[in-house]
Design a protein. Structure first.
Lengths: 257, 257
DNA sequence: CAATGATTCTTTATGCCGTAAAGTATCGAC
DNA sequence: GTCGATACTTTACGGCATAAAGAATCATTG
């Protein structure tokens, strides 16, 4: 499920995101929960079960029914927005520029990488329209601050911010979903690949002749860390070398005029 | 919903993907449907309704119940795999290298961009593990063939293939989801942003002081095509300038050693 | 040529999901 | 003490994927 951000009542959503509620002394029973408690619980559940978590599961973790959550939060979509922004609070708001922009961007990318592997469900929240929460702003501000120091104009900066963002998200998604799929089926990467490649070659014996360039692409491979499973190793290697290429491109843009 | 690929019985899945069925003269009523008919219908439905299409909807389009599909296809996951690979048949299997690798990659990227905007649900099929269908192979083979011509070693090629792929997917996802969100709520980009920015500034008046670099990022903007809606214009601009940076990075790698 | 068993497709049913609607209990304000 | 707002539960609804069972149709076999 991809959850589209920001579809509810704008005022209500944004007030929730920025915690701009004025909870005075109100009649009725004291609230036993809070938006924060619900969001934290939901993040825990999503970390374990992925984005297909249920309102029931979040309620149960808090010792309530699913419907109790609707007292604090308009619906699941809005809850996901809140989770998205809340999780981003884990990330640094700024990076030192002592050694220039390149190490800073690299660190930003690595932080995001690790962040996504902690919260893979984040990768399934739509990026089309920003959630407009404070921490989401802070994370992009951090990257923008680094790249603005290159002195490049706004237009090029937007392209670069996008490219870096897409790249990190894409790379992270590959590992994240490999883990999720592996975890869901209890099937390791090697087993998965072994079972399928055998069938594949049986059904299509001259596979390598049909797709020779893919074979070239598979050459020159050596594990970064032999402890890591197959696909994950691949992903780490691709992340490093892909980021290098991307940043070389930025360097070219900075060097030129 | 993100659909994880390749979770069913490997043999059954791969036989379906490569259409390796030996349908002889069998007893029982003649099949009124076929895997191809079902996959085509499902693609049509998904193009209209997105990945959250239902088996019922596909069945109805074919004049059958949802359960009838299960005669031909093990389940929804496998159907999505088939849709994924089938749709990719629309893409070219090779690109001319007459003008070198850079125009070829650019054309590949643009083709993918347009392809994803025709079939946005494709972006929600997990990339973690390949579907292992013939057309998916062909599409990557096409990109690989272009990049192998740079003469770069396998390790760097894998990173570049990944980066280009991630970038195109990410960029396409942004527009696709903007359109989907807009279509779902009937809310245009401008209206959406207008409603929210007002509330945002009301709740957090010194937003620009808190995130000054984001403001810098927004400078120097002029519409590529004034006909296009706000966010879409942004996406096109970012796609062009981001791809340029990325390919400059590849050029640097090619020039170096 | 009737009986058998495989095959296609429908019907029905199960257990999930998000959430609407209505009911119960608890509190502050008057 | 009453009233109305609030927190939370219970029940219910429509939608989902799909399991299970049954009806209809055909090639094969005796």
């Amino acid at each position: 499920m991809v959850v589209y951000a920001g579809q509810g009542d704008p005022r209500r959503s944004i007030e929730l995101l920025w915690r701009a509620s004025v909870a005075e002394n109100r009649p009725g029973p004291k609230p036993g929960l809070s938006v924060d408690a619900i969001v934290d619980a939901a993040i825990e559940v999503a970390d374990e079960q992925g984005m297909a978590f249920s309102m029931r599961a979040v309620g149960e973790r808090l010792g309530r029914t699913a419907m109790a959550l609707y007292t604090y939060v308009p619906g699941k979509n809005e809850l996901v927005d809140l989770m998205y922004d809340r999780a981003m609070a884990e990330l640094p708001a700024s990076y030192p520029l002592d050694d220039g922009w390149r190490p800073a961007v690299t660190r930003w990318a690595h932080d995001m990488w690790e962040f996504y592997s902690r919260h893979p469900w984040m990768l399934q929240v739509s990026q089309a329209r920003p959630v407009l929460g404070p921490h989401e702003f802070a994370v992009i501000e951090a990257l923008a601050a680094i790249l603005v120091s290159t002195g490049l104009p706004g237009r090029e900066l937007r392209g670069i911010v996008g490219a870096v963002n897409y790249f990190v998200r894409g790379a992270a998604q590959t590992v994240a979903e490999a883990r999720a799929a592996g975890g869901a089926t209890g099937e390791g990467d090697e087993e998965w690949w072994y079972a399928r490649s055998a069938v594949l070659l049986e059904i299509e014996p001259d596979l390598e002749k049909k797709f020779p360039m893919l074979h070239v692409l598979e050459s020159d491979r050596e594990p970064v860390d032999p402890e890591l499973p197959y696909l994950e190793n691949d992903a780490v290697e691709n992340f490093r070398s892909g980021l290098k290429v991307l940043l070389d491109g930025v360097e070219a843009a900075v060097a030129k005029p």
